[in-house]
Design a protein around this ligand. Structure first.
Ligand SMILES: [Fe+2]
Length: 369
């Protein structure tokens, strides 16, 4: 197994933090999707472990057990597509600053919690809604974590392990994975605008960065290893959205519950390498990947970035082999057309995309060769 660390070759090209970001985002609040059927969407999300916070004819807001008023917003529409994300900032002045810088304005936020919001677009046109001053929700009671006996630690005697077979409680939206045709432009925008800092940077064999796990800068306060993972891809899209659950049993119970329903499993259970989460991926009725995870790494702002090879083996420490359809590398007519157009105006990017495709096509494990 490759641990993905760049050890030889020309070395990685550094991806420096922003020296003076415009603001520092405090929290990833929610993902926003358009879906043609709110009933079907809600059924999936409830089976996945989310709880309805508010629903109207054309809008659905779902929450976790934490204080965020909602962590998933769905708008009824003709298409099934990703619409954007919500972030929060610590100060009202941050909203004013963002509005001035991007020619937007501060508005009253829709949905639970209300407060103020500024609507922005990232360089690929993904909507980023920046919130402040919303009313936090009362946290929901989280079921007690089960206690684990270990050879050196006895915590349970004359008692058994019987976790309930039910959807796992989702504590929060942990991260989003965004693909972008222009990695440098996109990652710089998120770092320069919101102060995201690279935790682990993924590179091609020649050291060119093509992906970065980025986290919030909350100073000495530990924060998730990644809140937004940005990676080079054929087009702008969200690869998956990830939700935290309390522990390994919750991840496995999620699988038991979803297995009994007409949903498609994507990958898991396994443990990631970068970020260390125990993961399990499921597809919603429209094929969108949703991740349950537990036991992720927490870094404070002092932790320096790591640099690694972008390959399949580096995606997990243990678990089932990565299924081929987990990374959608199909050459559809639309993609072929895009590559043809790119080959005329930006040959260097086509070269990078091909190198990335080859890197991700290499088997992740020795027994797959
Ligand atoms: Fe993930």
């Amino acid at each position: 197994m490759s641990n993905g660390v760049l050890k030889s070759g020309p070395g990685a090209i550094a991806l420096p933090r922003s020296a003076s970001p415009l603001v520092k985002a405090k929290q990833l609040l929610y993902a926003h999707f358009e879906r043609p059927d709110l009933d079907m969407t809600e059924r999936y999300l409830v089976d996945f472990g989310l709880v309805q916070a508010m629903r109207s004819e054309n809008e659905l807001f779902m929450r976790g057990t934490g204080t965020a008023p909602y962590i998933y917003r769905v708008t009824r529409g003709r298409n099934a597509r990703f619409l954007g994300m919500g972030l929060s900032v610590p100060n009202a002045e941050d909203l004013e600053l963002l509005a001035r810088r991007f020619g937007s304005r501060v508005e009253r936020a829709p949905g639970p919690g209300s407060g103020a919001v500024v609507h922005l677009r990232d360089p690929d046109g993904v909507a980023v809604h920046v919130h402040h001053g919303f009313v936090e929700s009362e946290p929901l009671v989280v079921r007690a974590q089960i206690l684990h006996n270990a050879p050196s630690l006895t915590v349970r005697v004359n008692d058994t392990q019987r976790p309930k077979l039910e959807p796992p409680q989702v504590t929060k939206l942990g991260h989003l994975v965004l693909e972008t045709p222009d990695f440098n432009r996109s990652v710089r925008w998120y770092m320069d605008t919101f102060g995201f800092i690279p935790s682990d940077v993924m590179c091609l064999a020649d050291g060119t960065p093509v992906g970065s796990f980025t986290r919030l800068d909350r100073g000495s306060e530990p924060t998730d290893h990644h809140t937004v993972f940005i990676a080079m891809g054929m087009e702008s899209k969200v690869d998956h959205v990830a939700f935290e659950v309390v522990d390994l049993d919750a991840v496995e119970m999620g699988q038991q519950v979803l297995m009994a329903k007409p949903y498609r499993h994507a990958w898991g259970v396994g443990r990631h390498l970068l970020g260390s989460q125990i993961f399990d991926y499921w597809r919603d009725p429209w094929g969108q990947k949703h991740e349950h995870y537990a036991d992720g790494d927490l870094f404070d702002a002092a932790q320096p970035p790591g640099y690694h090879l972008m390959d399949r083996g580096g995606l997990y420490q243990w678990g089932p082999d990565l299924p081929d359809d987990f990374i959608d590398a199909r050459m559809t007519p639309a993609r072929l057309w895009r590559v043809l157009k790119l080959s005329i105006k930006d040959k260097a990017r086509v070269k990078l995309l091909l190198a990335l495709k080859n890197s991700m096509a290499r088997p992740g494990r020795q027994w797959q060769r």
